[in-house]
Design a protein around this ligand. Structure first.
Ligand SMILES: [Mg+2]
Length: 214
C-alpha cells in the first residue's frame, strides 16, 4: 500500500530530551523521588492516587506548580536541529504528519506548534485549576497500548489503514505502532529501546535520513 502518513514519537525522536525528566529537574524536583514514587506504585506499596500526589508534591518543592511556569520550561526544550526540515520535507511530499507522545499534553502542543503538526496526541494530561495551578495528572501507565489507541483514532479520523502509515520512534511504547504498520523506523540513539530494532522496517541515526526513505 502507498504510504500516506508519518507518525512521530517526540522524546528521543523529534528531540534528544526526555521532557518529563527535564521538567522535573528544571522545576526543582528530584529525579530520585520521581523514580521512587513510580517504583513504590509499581510494586503496590502506594495507590495510584498517592503516586499522583507525590509527583505533584515533587514538582512543588521550590515554587507553586503554575501552568505558565511549566509551559515556559517545556518551551526551552530544543528539537533535533534537523527536525523542522525533515517534517517540512515530508509535508511537501504530501504525507499527513502526526505526533504521539507519552509526555504532557501541553508539551505535545508546544512541539506541534513549533513544527506545524496539528494532529498531536499525549498520554499525560495535566489538570489546572482556574488560577492556573496544577491540581492533578491523568496519565496512562501502559504507554504501548495507549499509543496504539491514539494511533488507531488518527487512522480512523482520516480513513487511513495502518499499513498506509510509517511510525518513527525510539521507545518501547512505540512497539505496537511498529508492529501494526509494519513500517517502523527506529531512531538509534542512546535512549533507543533495542527491542524496536527486531521489528523495525528501517533504522536511522538522524531525522534527515528520512529524505532517503520517504
Ligand atoms: Mg521516545
Amino acid at each position: 500500500m502507498a504510504i500516506k502518513a508519518v507518525i512521530f514519537d517526540i522524546d528521543g525522536t523529534l528531540s534528544p530530551t526526555i521532557s518529563w525528566d527535564y521538567l522535573t529537574m528544571r522545576i526543582g524536583g528530584s529525579l530520585e523521588e520521581n523514580a521512587a514514587a513510580f517504583a513504590d506504585w509499581s510494586t503496590e506499596r502506594i495507590t495510584e492516587s498517592v503516586l499522583r500526589q507525590r509527583l505533584i508534591a515533587n514538582w512543588t518543592r521550590r515554587a507553586p506548580p503554575l501552568k505558565v511556569t511549566f509551559r515556559s520550561i517545556l518551551e526551552e526544550i530544543a528539537l533535533h536541529d534537523d527536525a523542522p526540515a525533515a517534517v517540512a520535507y515530508l509535508r511537501n511530499k504530501g504525507y499527513r504528519i502526526a505526533a504521539i507522545t507519552g509526555s504532557f499534553d501541553i508539551y505535545a502542543d508546544i512541539v506541534g506548534e513549533k513544527l506545524g503538526i496539528a494532529d498531536r496526541y499525549a498520554l499525560t494530561t495535566l489538570i489546572w485549576d482556574a488560577a492556573g495551578r496544577l491540581t492533578d495528572i491523568e496519565t496512562n501507565y501502559d504507554g504501548r497500548a495507549q499509543k496504539y489507541i491514539r494511533f488507531m483514532a488518527f487512522c480512523e479520523r482520516y480513513g487511513l489503514a495502518p499499513a498506509e502509515c510509517v511510525a518513527v520512534g525510539d521507545s518501547s511504547n512505540d512497539m505496537e505502532l511498529f508492529r501494526v504498520t509494519k513500517r517502523g523506523i527506529a531512531v538509534q540513539t542512546e535512549l533507543e529501546a533495542k527491542e524496536l530494532e527486531a521489528i523495525a522496517w528501517k533504522k536511522i541515526r538522524r531525522l534527515k535520513e528520512l529524505t532517503a526513505i520517504l
